[in-house]
Design a protein around this ligand. Structure first.
Ligand code: NDP
Length: 331
């Protein structure tokens, strides 16, 4: 095993100074505790990674930090009975890239309870193309199904549809037979969203401004990665007995709603967290993705970025200029 490897390191700035972020040589001894050591082959750029890399929001809770909340690679050392040298593994969340050194590095040391074996039928690169965004979309879909959503119930809305979570939510729901209405701010992405399976494209302006406590009943269910006023409006147009899976805050973390959708329409607002989800939910989400995601769609959703493009990719993602998912080959 090599003693040193390249890692993208975020360092805290001096008093009053911005943080710094760049590639460095790192030693094995600098890695944090964990019973499994992984040679990282692929990682991704999630919204949270972009916040961490640009220092836009206090995502990083320990400095220096290596970002990368998702990683895929091969076990090169293990003290765990569950994982052997040579096993291909994936990781999403668990505070990696926030409190524990993450996937933007040649080698990561991880706790075995956070790792999953790579799902059969997907490559490590494909798992990273899916990443936390796709796995979260799958958690949202499973949550809506658990709350009774079915294609017979009526159309389902996906907000932030051209983003990472949104793209996978559209593709998965369409693959399951739902009529998917995709809300996007990018008029130019209509063809892309239709190719993923959306039957109607809606302008996100319909949902982003202050609306009425209760609007016309339109959707049986929704996946919302936008939050803020959009989520409030989505709740107000959810049909009687419907459910909304809320996982994001691309518009804002506020929720200027009223109790009306809940007490008059029996609407359920279901929060979805991917970071601390247990292994059973993770496995169910990856099974859904393995069984239902069209790999042709995955290719349409994904683009690659190079190690020297980390910061510009992060800025572009936060500026809403990126469609779908960005994967980095660490090798
Ligand atoms: P992306 O940046 O890929 O997508 C977000 C999308 O939201 C954009 O593409 C855009 O879609 C839409 N959007 C952006 N800004 C606004 C705005 N001001 N008002 C309305 N819509 C907006 O991010 P991800 O898909 O990776 O993540 C989406 C959200 O979900 C983030 O807030 C992220 O932190 C959260 N998240 C939460 C997880 C959890 O565990 N709960 C896990 C993963 C993500 P369009 O142009 O099509 O409208």
């Amino acid at each position: 095993m090599t003693d040193t490897f390249k890692a993208f390191v975020i360092a805290k700035g001096a008093e009053g100074q911005a943080q710094s972020a760049s590639w460095h040589e790192m030693g094995l001894s600098e890695l944090m505790d964990g019973d499994v050591t992984v040679r990282v082959r692929h990682t991704t750029m999630n919204y949270k990674d972009a916040l961490a890399i640009t220092g836009t929001s206090p995502v990083v809770r320990r400095f220096p930090m290596v970002p990368g909340i998702d990683l895929a690679g091969e076990v090169i050392a293990s003290d765990s009975a569950e994982f052997a040298v040579g096993d291909e593994v994936i990781l999403n969340g668990w505070g990696v890239g926030e409190t524990h050194l993450g996937g933007y590095a040649g080698i990561a040391r991880i706790r075995s309870e956070w790792l999953l074996h790579k799902p059969e039928g997907l490559t490590g690169a494909q798992c990273m193309a899916i990443g936390t965004a796709g796995y979260t979309a799958a958690l949202c879909v499973l949550r809506l199904q658990a709350l009774g959503a079915s294609p017979a119930g009526g159309p389902v809305l996906v907000t932030g549809a051209s983003g990472g979570v949104g793209s996978f939510a559209v593709a998965l729901l369409a693959a399951l037979g739902f009529e998917v209405h995709a809300s996007t701010g990018k008029r130019s992405e209509g063809a892309y969203l239709k190719a993923l399976g959306a039957s109607q494209i809606l302008d996100r302006a319909e949902f982003s401004e202050k609306g009425r406590p209760l609007g016309k009943e339109r959707f049986a269910a929704a996946v919302d990665s936008v939050g803020g006023q959009t989520l409030a409006n989505v709740l107000s147009v959810t049909r009687y007995g419907g459910a909304v899976a809320a996982c994001g805050l691309a518009q804002g973390y506020d929720l200027p709603t009223t109790v009306m959708p809940f007490i008059l329409r029996n609407v359920t607002l279901a929060g979805v967290d991917s970071v601390m989800a247990d292994k059973a939910h993770r496995r169910a989400a990856w099974t859904l993705l393995t069984e239902r995601l069209d790999l042709g769609h995955l290719q349409q959703i994904t683009a690659e970025f190079r190690p020297d493009e980390v910061e510009e990719t992060a800025r572009a993602l936060l500026a809403g200029k990126i469609r779908g998912r960005m994967v980095m080959n660490i090798d």
